[in-house]
Design a protein around this ligand. Structure first.
Ligand code: HEM
Length: 316
C-alpha cells in the first residue's frame, strides 16, 4: 500500500513538473484529426499557383521561432500603437502570409479554437520542404500563440553579413548548436535573395578589393551583373542555389565551389567543424536530410505563446 502511495505521488509530482507546453506528435489526434491534411492541402494549392511559396513559408517559420519562440508572433499585423515583427526590416521580404491565413480559416471551420497559428506555420514549413522534394517528418505540436510582436525585436535575427562567431552566438542563445547552424543553413536550398542582402560581397568589399575573394570570380561577375552598384530594380537578386524550387544538397555543393550568396553562408567554411559538416552534406543528401530533420524539430520546439488565436493576424 505504502509503495502504491509512493508511486501515485511520484506520478503526480512528475505531472506537475512536466512543462505545460510540452509538444507531442499526436497532440490533435482527438481534437482535430484532419488538421494536418487541411494544412497540407492549403500549402499544395498555393504552391501550384506560385512556386516561391515553399521558400517563403520555411523562412517565415525560422523568423517566427527566433523571436520569442515559435509563437506565431511573426504573423501578427501592426496596429495603430504597435509596429509588429512583420514590418521589421528583415521581414519586409517575407511573403505568402495568406497561405497561413487560408489554412487557419479551413482549420477553424473544422475545429474552432483548437489549433494554434504557430502549429499551422510549423506544419506548413514541414510541408513546404516535403512538397519541394525534401524529407518529411512528424512535427511535434501543441505550441501556443503569443500576444506580443515588436518590429524592434527583429534586430535579434542573424544578419547575412555575420561571421561564424556571430552566427554561433545567435544560435547558441536559442539552444542551437553548430550542427544545427549548418543543417538549418541548408534551408537556403530554397528561395531567393534581393541584391541588398549580398551587396557587401560584390561592391566595396574592402579598401583593397571590390569583390569578396572567397567568391568564384565568374560567379561574382554574374552577381554584379544582376546587381550593379546603385541598383534600383526592387526585385533584382539571385536564387540561393541553382535548383531554387527543389530541396536538395546543391546549396552545400555550391558553397564548396565559391558560389555562396551571403557572407553568413561563406562563414560556414571558416571553422573546421562547420566546414567538415558542409562537406559531409555536400556529398550526402541523406546525411543532410537526417540532420535537417533533427535540427528543424529542435528549432521548431522553441515555444513561447499563451493562447490559441482565432485570426492569425490579430490579437483579440
Ligand atoms: C544562419 C543564419 C541565416 C541568415 C543570416 C539568413 C539570411 C537570409 C537572407 C538575408 C535572406 C534573403 C532575404 C532577401 O533578400 O529577400 C534569406 C532567405 C531565405 N532563408 Fe535564410 N538566413 C539564415 C538562416 C536560415 C534558416 C535557419 C532557414 C530555414 C531553415 C532559412 C531559410 C531561408 C529561405 C527559405 C530563404 C528564401 C526566402 C524566399 O525566397 O522567400 N534561412 N535568408
Amino acid at each position: 500500500m505504502a509503495s502504491l502511495v509512493a508511486l501515485v505521488s511520484a506520478f503526480l509530482i512528475l505531472q506537475i513538473l512536466s512543462p505545460v507546453d510540452a509538444l507531442s506528435t499526436n497532440y490533435y489526434d482527438h481534437t482535430c484529426p484532419l488538421f494536418e491534411a487541411t494544412v497540407t492541402a492549403a500549402v499544395k494549392k498555393a504552391m501550384t499557383n506560385d512556386r516561391t511559396v515553399p521558400a517563403a513559408l520555411l523562412r517565415m517559420h525560422f523568423h517566427d521561432c527566433f523571436i520569442r519562440g515559435c509563437d506565431g508572433s511573426v504573423l501578427l499585423n501592426s496596429t495603430g500603437g504597435n509596429t509588429a515583427e512583420k514590418d521589421g526590416p528583415p521581414n519586409i521580404s517575407l511573403h505568402a502570409f495568406y497561405v497561413i491565413d487560408q489554412a487557419k480559416k479551413a482549420v477553424e471551420a473544422l475545429c474552432p479554437g483548437v489549433v494554434s497559428c504557430a502549429d499551422i506555420l510549423a506544419l506548413a514549413a514541414r510541408d513546404a520542404v516535403a512538397l519541394s522534394g525534401g524529407p518529411t517528418w512528424n512535427v511535434p505540436k501543441g505550441r501556443l500563440d503569443g500576444r506580443t510582436s515588436k518590429a524592434s525585436d527583429t534586430r535579434q535575427l542573424p544578419a547575412p553579413t555575420f561571421n561564424i562567431s556571430q552566427l554561433q552566438q545567435s544560435f547558441s542563445q536559442r539552444g542551437l548548436s553548430m550542427e544545427d547552424l549548418v543543417a538549418l543553413s541548408g534551408g537556403h536550398t530554397l528561395g531567393f535573395a534581393h541584391c541588398s542582402s549580398f551587396q557587401n560581397r560584390i561592391h566595396n568589399f574592402s579598401p583593397t578589393t571590390d569583390v569578396d575573394p572567397s567568391l568564384s570570380p565568374s560567379f561574382a561577375a554574374n552577381l554584379r551583373n544582376v546587381c550593379p552598384l546603385g541598383n534600383t530594380a526592387k526585385n533584382a537578386g539571385s536564387t540561393l542555389d541553382s535548383t531554387t524550387t527543389t530541396f536538395d544538397n546543391v546549396y552545400f555543393k555550391m558553397l564548396l565551389q565559391g558560389q555562396s550568396i551571403f557572407t553568413s553562408d561563406q562563414s560556414l567554411l571558416t571553422n573546421p567543424q562547420t566546414k567538415a559538416l558542409v562537406s559531409k552534406y555536400a556529398s550526402s543528401q541523406q546525411e543532410f536530410n537526417k540532420a535537417f530533420i533533427q535540427s528543424m524539430i529542435k528549432m521548431s520546439s522553441l515555444t513561447g505563446g499563451q493562447e490559441i488565436r482565432l485570426d492569425c493576424k490579430v490579437v483579440r
